[in-house]
Design a protein around this ligand. Structure first.
Ligand code: SAH
Length: 594
């Protein structure tokens, strides 16, 4: 007996997308069995094979006929399905017929399932990259599955934020299901959720529409169509539907969700399943995004540019041990004024969601499509902020240490940095109790990221305390402000400058009652250098406003991601101080070694 069964998925319908093995299997076969439309699609491949084509509904008859011809007549029989034969195709049915007959691999006719490109893949490719992440296929045909079960699956997929590919979305008689599917999904996803509608992918009358969940029914949807519905992260760019690979969102004290900037999204830690995780992809991805002109547009248009006047008031602190802490407490809790003006509705929705979440209520989506509905799915939020014991004070008390350990808990982390700070990261969407507790213990909390930080010395443990008020004033006025790129102001209380003020972006050294100013150190890299000494003997009353003016110009004029030293070199002058070429360090290879 030389009979054999092939069950072949021939892909979307174009010759190029049929696999080599599928073509070989068709050529090896004596008989081809399939739905007549499908047989027509692969007719070019046929040589002298016998063809048994039937109507669409005669699937069981086709499977039985295939098994009979292979088993009884000893023929090589190919059963063909579009896409993949294992996805709403013929593979399972052929096995069912075999099982009914007591077939086993050892004793029965050989069978080979030849995989093909399913509609979720072919339509996904045409639309861009809508799948990417966890996705599912749901057939809306209730021919063999009760509608209640299909509806439950749509509901579950909606709730769990799967990208969804709807197969068999609508036929001439079956029109209600797609309407119902849309209704169910709108309970979980924004009306703006991208939706791709692909008809006849890679076939003659291919037709592609990218629309939204709200508007999808306004387009032609039929039996040759696959409808792909994005998840809560899917976006449309230049007509393409794209689902990013990760969800995790980090946010800091400004209390805004910080959408990952492109270079952050490409970091390996955001995709722990990636094969690159072990390699050096991080470095490459990171450095490939520099301050190119297009960067500027990107950052201004799409990312975290909300003004966060975090520490602007200086006079309204409640009583706490350290005066600086008290100030920070009062002001950090105030919502950013600019944002309130920009979009009060967003704030209102966020507040409503937070309140409802605390009560365990899922807010229903509003019918007005201008309002983002609240999904019962929330991506994991990681709260992060920098913690330090004071501007001048460098000593953390055991109580503070214990509190930090407790708030970090099992899942959080504490990272020790070179900037006199500990970074606290905790997975939580409501960090208020954490921040309140740490502040109560006198710790200073600051946002992290591209913000300004004042790095002062310990003023010889308070012995050289004359400079402290200036350091604190700078921290209160500028600390935590968002910048185009992280900006550190080094502040040292005597000419020893042992805390390395001259090695920061802006260096201030208090000496004999006056200030020396250093600008534009290159703080990182093998060719790092200290700041250019631009002035000596600046009077006490002038230093804070002078630094404020320099910082304001940097904030307004620098490109996103432009470091201060590059900015200073580019503009050539700041507050009358000219940029000068720093002394070049010749880097030579070490003489040792062989
Ligand atoms: N086995 C096939 C699916 C068969 S069910 C596969 O894996 O793709 C039939 C449904 O598949 C259609 O209603 C449509 O939703 C989808 N489909 C199959 N081929 C398609 C194509 N070329 N373009 C768009 N949708 C397609």
């Amino acid at each position: 007996m030389s009979g054999k069964l092939f069950v072949i998925g021939f892909g979307p319908g174009s010759f190029e997308h049929i696999t080599k093995r599928a073509r070989e299997a068709i050529q090896e076969s004596d008989v081809i069995i399939g739905y007549s439309t499908y047989v027509d699609l692969i007719r070019e491949l046929l040589t002298d094979q016998e063809v048994v084509s039937t109507g669409m509904t005669e699937e069981v008859a086709r499977a039985r006929e295939a098994v009979r011809q292979a088993e009884v007549e000893g023929k090589k029989v190919a059963v063909i399905s579009s896409g993949d034969a294992g996805v709403y195709g013929m593979a399972g049915l052929v096995y069912e017929v075999l099982v009914e007959k007591g077939w086993t691999e050892a004793t029965g006719v050989p069978i080979e399932i030849v995989p093909g490109i399913s509609a979720i893949n072919s339509c996904g490719a045409i639309l861009g990259a809508p799948i990417m992440h966890d996705a599912c296929t749901i057939s809306l045909s209730d021919h063999l599955t009760p509608w209640e079960l299909i509806a439950r699956r749509i509901d579950a997929a909606g709730m769990a934020d799967f990208v969804i590919a709807l197969y068999n979305p609508r036929s001439g008689r079956r029109t209600r299901q797609i309407v119902e599917a849309q209704r169910i999904l709108l309970q979980y996803r924004s009306p703006d959720t991208p939706v791709g509608i692909v008809k006849s992918a890679f076939r003659e009358r291919e037709h592609v529409v990218v629309t939204t969940l709200a508007q999808m029914l306004e387009h032609d949807i039929g039996m040759l169509t696959t409808v792909i519905i994005g998840n809560t992260s899917t976006f449309v760019y230049d007509g393409k539907m794209i689902t990013p690979r990760g969800y995790q969102r980090k946010y800091t004290l400004s209390a805004d969700e910080q959408p990952l900037k492109p270079h952050q999204r490409l970091r390996v830690e955001n995709e722990p399943w990636s094969l690159e995780a072990a390699g050096e992809a991080d470095e490459t991805a990171h450095s490939s995004i520099s301050s190119a002109p297009s960067d500027r547009k990107e950052a201004q248009g799409g990312s975290v540019t909300l003004a966060t006047p975090l520490i602007e008031n200086t006079d309204s602190g409640p009583t706490a041990t350290a005066p600086v802490t008290a100030t920070a407490t009062a002001v950090l809790e105030a919502p950013p004024a600019t944002q309130t003006v920009q979009n009060p509705l967003d704030w209102a929705m966020q507040a409503l969601t937070a309140v409802n979440e605390a009560k365990g209520i899922v807010t229903q989506p509003a019918s007005n499509s201008g309002i983002r509905p609240v999904s019962s799915f929330t991506p994991e939020m990681i709260f992060e902020c920098a913690v330090s014991p004071g501007v001048a004070n460098k000593k953390i008390t055991p109580q503070q240490m214990m509190a930090l350990a407790e708030v970090a808990g099992e899942k959080g982390e504490l990272e020790y940095t070179p900037h006199h700070q500990i970074i606290l990261r905790v997975p939580t969407a409501s960090p208020d109790s954490i921040t309140a507790r740490l502040r109560q213990l006198g710790l200073i909390l600051s946002p992290i990221g591209d913000v300004l930080q004042v790095k002062a010395c310990d003023f010889c443990d308070g012995e050289k305390k004359d400079g402290i008020p200036f350091a604190e004033e700078l921290h209160q006025k500028l600390g935590g402000k968002e910048m185009p790129k992280e900006l550190k102001i080094g502040f040292n209380g005597c000419g020893m400058a042992c805390y390395g003020a001259v090695k920061e972006d802006i260096g201030i050294v208090f000496r004999k009652g006056k200030f020396d100013l250093f600008l534009g150190a290159k703080t990182v890299g093998r060719n790092a250098h200290s700041g250019i000494p631009v002035a000596e003997g600046i009077p006490k009353e002038e230093i804070v406003s002078l630094v404020e003016r320099i910082v304001t110009r940097f904030k307004q004029e620098a490109f996103p991601n432009e470091r201060f030293h590059k900015y200073f070199q580019r503009v050539g002058e700041l507050e009358g101080y000219a940029w000068r070429e720093p002394a070049k360090a010749e880097i030579e290879n070490a003489a040792c070694g062989d």
